[in-house]
Ligand binder design. Sequence first.
Ligand code: ADP
Length: 271
Amino acid sequence: MCIAQLIADSRKIVIKIGSSTLAAQDGTVNTAFLDGFSAGVATLLKKNKQVVIVSSGAQIAGLSILKKWSRKRDIHYRQALCAVGQVELMRTWSQAFAKHGLHIGQILLTRDDFDDSSRTLHMRNTLFTLVDEGIIPIINENDTVCVDEIKIGDNDTLAAQSAVLWSADLLIILSDIDGLYTKNPKEFPDAQILTEVYDLSSLHIALGTPGAFGTGGIATKLSAAEQVLSYGIPLVLTNGSSGRILESLAEGTQQATLFLAAAEKSSADPN
Ligand code: ADP
């Protein structure tokens, strides 16, 4: 199965954008990326696809306009920073999509929202209504009300939960790395990219070995893959450094890792 074909076949696509993708070199929000990316989303919508975005970046946006509190580690300051930054982040997204005549809707969620059947029903209905009306939902963790106990903790998990909730056809995670490697490529120059992954259980064994497969950010991406694959939703992990990322994926010119359920392997490859 190739990624270009998968995108062509997918109607409902969730795209998660990490902080590293949203931040420019100078620490401000990367508006050039947002402009290019929103043009890519507008093209997908014209092809009759539906898109839900999971966007990090509230802290970056907060720092870029307040220009203080960067060294404050206190949770109240971090939450306050997110309260300021979330508005700025949405303003930037709103401006980017307005150039294509598109509106956005903000959805802020916490982990306990996914544990409550009444809330999940409302979240689902809101998502369906927004996309049916051609509005782009932008989901983020509700940092201002989260304490450690109820924090989803990372937007990879939030994106996976949202993809499952919305019954998406595909989850795309944009990071600062081209895909999943045999080990952390930032530490090991000989690391090899894995273009297709079917057997997550073997990766988890390797992950448990220090220095073997890498830790940190990649671990949450692997558990996001595990979560969506169990619902038959494939995941693409790739580098979001280019604003033309959606076009490159659709053209099949982007390096990436495709995570597919094992059943897909047997139907795609009889060997
Ligand atoms: P984001 O902020 O985009 O969610 P993270 O920094 O959390 O991204 O996670 C991506 C990072 O995970 C990569 O930049 C890389 O340094 C690290 N990493 C560790 N092990 C691996 C691996 N096996 N393959 C790819 N990346 C890895």
